[in-house]
Design a protein around this ligand. Structure first.
Ligand code: AMP
Length: 222
């Protein structure tokens, strides 16, 4: 049983890396932002409550997010958490519920990159309305502008991926999420990884960081 947390500021590439690692290591990828956006799209009760927070770039209150993620996590055998926990209160509740289930977080991967790089990655991000493939107009543009290379669907920009909201999300990260680094360092599971460079290069660094500390062969060296 393996459970990994992916941490890092918005735009650092958590989502891109999480998809690849989850596939490679056989983990269920749970992205709190994706779950919230699906609820907003489907206009569920949770989605209606969460929408204004997501649009503004602030955090959705802990009590709305915790059950949404933890119920799914406890249903799965091995998970990769992407974007959760984002506050110390969420991490404490995760630890509490996990302890009851005789589980623990095996590793917390912290991806880092300078702020100007993060803003550029956020503002350039586009995703396909149909197949959800992601591109970046600055460093991995589609062949035809606005059209997905994979399925021909229309590429869209997330409503919170504009410069002003990106700045705010980075401030929220510094204030509310960065303190989690110490939480996981104290637990002895923090793995810091430089998130700049080509996605494949970053992916290799993540696998190496996990292999250096993990007895699990499925996250073995590249
Ligand atoms: P993301 O896709 O991870 O960038 O998340 C997009 C937005 O969803 C964030 O800016 C928050 O408004 C909300 N969100 C995602 N995960 C959480 C979380 N764990 N706690 C609170 N809000 C969250």
């Amino acid at each position: 049983m393996t459970d990994i947390v992916f941490m890092g500021p918005p735009g650092v590439g958590k989502g891109t890396q999480a998809v690849v690692l989850a596939e490679r290591a056989g983990l269920i990828h749970l992205a709190s932002g994706d779950l919230l956006r699906a609820n907003i799209r489907d206009q569920t009760e949770l989605g209606l409550l969460a929408k204004s927070y997501v649009d503004s770039g602030g955090l959705v209150p802990d009590e709305l997010v915790v059950d949404m993620v933890l119920d799914r996590m406890l249903d799965a055998v091995a998970t990769l958490l992407d974007g959760f926990p984002r506050t110390v209160a969420q991490a404490v509740e995760l630890d509490r519920r996990f302890a009851l289930a005789h589980r623990r977080i095996d590793a917390a991967v912290l991806l880092t990159a300078p702020r100007p790089t993060l803003i550029r990655r956020i503002v350039g991000r586009r995703s396909c309305r149909q197949c959800r493939a992601q591109i970046n107009i600055y460093h991995s543009p589609s062949r035809v502008e606005g059209i997905c290379d994979v399925c021909g669907g229309k590429l869209m920009t997330r409503s919170d991926d504009n410069t002003a909201t990106a700045q705010l999300r980075l401030d929220v990260y510094d204030d509310q999420t960065r303190p989690l680094v110490e939480h996981y360092r104290a637990a002895g599971v923090l793995r810091e990884v430089e998130g700049t460079g080509e996605p494949a290069e970053v992916g290799s660094r993540i696998v190496a960081a996990l292999a250096a500390a993990s007895p699990h062969p499925m996250v073995g060296s590249p």
